[in-house]
Design a protein around this ligand. Structure first.
Ligand SMILES: Nc1ncnc2c1ncn2[C@@H]1O[C@H](COP(=O)(O)OP(=O)(O)OP(=O)(O)O)[C@@H](O)[C@H]1O
Length: 492
């Protein structure tokens, strides 16, 4: 059901800003209006709240023509929170909030009833403004004033809440609190929310539907997925926005990219890093951060890192706090953990293989440490969750290339395929299933790419990058496992 219907609306100032606009707001939804400065958001807001006259078209509120509604009818239906946060008199906070009850007061002498007082109290608690109740409104900070005016709007108990940039003056905590509060009111009381927002990410997280306004026209209306369309975003905001998903909520988030003149490192790939190898760790330090994908102990996921470390731990190492342990170890070696992808291994670092590869014209550097104590055939139908001896294949792969996130996943596949081939050729057996192993139970991969040059969409086996990864990883893993097996044989 539509609670607001705007049909063929033309209106504005001397010249019309909105021309033939069509919009429906559903009862109980959170609708966000987005658009560039001057696109007409406030003008639409003022037309809906009756602050500006309509030149053409109609506005219906709950099936009633806005211009047939009395002031009191409108005030019972709609509460408005604008950016104008000054009030003319020296009211106290409690007095200001009490004004919200005015449309509900009856009788000749308007007095606050018991219920009015309860509603005011509850609005103050919800907006965390109780502590200011006796203060003069004028002396509050911008954000505090905003919360008091929201309390006044809530005290009005409207069916529709219209907000013009409600989080404008608020810090992050109060922005989140205000939006959570609005969302809770929406769910609990069926409140309809119409909000002008500038923050596209906030709109994506909180709005059920979003309207994109451009030059007085609605270019698109829909749920947050409309923000995934880079062409529409470019058209509405006139800038390039990078889109990614929120890590825990299924909503898109948009990122700004500063237009800094990218100073491209002129150094060759081979000169862009230094490597240190001790008995305790292998440390590859790049001059510039690399885009990374990894399942490392520190710096996992998609990231940017300059330092790549594989630290040796004891064979008996079995700690519940590997992140803390590794952090401490790195700190004691003056390696900055915030810029690091860090792995652990129990294999002897003497067997590590470092290999530079450039046969196909794509510079690659790969470091592999390998042990097969935990060799597992992942396809065997046996529950292998039992204690095994330590042994891991850790692969750190660095490529002088520009890969998209999808291509980074391709690259992970390429590394894995090359590793499986080695295990197959060396006939590494899963000791439990007696079949050929596909990996070890704790294998780790770090891929770091310089992001220089043209962005590549693929890095799988059908591409030169994929082939380069395959050959480099194959050679390094083969050699590293040979070293490991040789040491085992010598011991035996
Ligand atoms: N009182 C006014 N008289 C004449 N023109 C006005 C008036 N107020 C706004 N305008 C013009 O109307 C157009 C739309 O303004 P509006 O305030 O609706 O934009 P907006 O989308 O809310 O922008 P912002 O994001 O900057 O708040 C602008 O070109 C503006 O200059």
């Amino acid at each position: 059901m539509n609670i607001i219907e705007v049909t063929n609306l033309t209106g504005g100032y001397n010249v019309p800003i909105l021309k033939g606009l069509q919009l429906e707001i559903h009862k109980g939804e959170f609708f966000a209006l987005l658009g560039q400065n001057g696109s007409g958001k406030t003008t639409l807001f003022k037309l809906i709240t009756g602050q500006l006259p309509v030149t053409e078209g109609e506005i219906w509120i709950s099936n009633k023509n806005l211009f047939e509604m009395t002031k009191l009818e409108k005030a019972k239906k709609m509460a408005v929170l604008t950016q104008e946060i000054e009030v003319s008199f020296d009211y106290t906070v409690e007095e200001i909030i009490s004004l919200g009850r005015y449309p509900h007061q009856t009788g000749f002498i308007k007095q606050l009833s018991k219920r009015d007082r309860q509603v005011i109290e509850s609005a103050m608690q919800l907006t965390d403004t109780c502590q200011f109740r006796s203060k003069t409104f004028r002396v509050l900070s911008g954000g505090e004033k905003q919360r008091v005016l929201l309390a006044k709007a809530l005290a009005q108990e409207p069916e529709i809440l219209l907000l013009d940039e409600p989080t404008n003056h608020l810090d992050l905590k109060h922005t989140l609190q205000l939006l959570d509060l609005l969302k809770a009111r929406q769910y609990e009381t069926g409140l309809t929310i119409f909000a002008i927002l500038h923050d596209v990410n906030v709109a994506s997280l909180y709005a059920d539907r979003i309207g994109l306004l451009q030059d007085g026209k609605l270019l698109q209306v829909g749920d947050a997925t409309i923000l995934k369309d880079s062409n529409i975003l470019q058209e509405v905001f006139d800038i390039e926005l990078k889109q990614q998903s929120h890590p825990t909520i299924a909503k898109p988030q948009l990122l700004l990219t500063p237009n800094l003149t990218q100073e491209m490192p002129k150094e060759s790939f081979d000169n862009s890093y230094q490597m240190t190898k001790t008995e305790e760790y292998i440390h590859v330090h790049f001059n510039k951060p690399l885009r990374t994908i990894s399942n490392s102990v520190i710096g996992e996921g998609l990231n940017w890192s300059k330092h790549f470390v594989n630290v040796r731990v004891d064979k008996q190492y079995n700690s519940a706090t590997p992140v803390e342990d590794l952090t401490n170890l790195l700190s004691s070696n003056a390696i900055p953990t915030k810029h690091t992808c860090g792995l652990m291994t129990a294999v002897n670092l003497e067997d590590a293989v470092m290999l530079s590869y450039n046969d196909l014209g794509i510079p690659i550097f790969v470091v592999v440490t390998a042990g097969t104590g935990n060799a597992v055939d992942i396809t065997a139908q046996i529950d292998t969750e039992e204690n095994r001896t330590i042994g891991t294949i850790n692969t750190m792969l660095f490529i002088d290339a520009h890969l998209t996130d999808g291509a980074l996943i391709n690259a992970m596949m390429s590394v894995t395929e090359a590793k499986v081939k080695v295990l197959n050729e060396l006939q590494i057996i899963d000791p439990v299933t007696k079949t050929i192993a596909t990996g070890t139970s704790t294998d780790a991969i770090i891929i770091g790419v310089t992001q220089r040059g043209e962005a590549k969409l693929y890095a799988g086996s059908g591409t030169t990058i994929g082939k380069s990864i395959g050959q480099a990883v194959y050679q390094a893993t083969f050699k590293s496992l040979e070293n490991y097996l040789l040491r085992l044989n010598e011991k035996a």
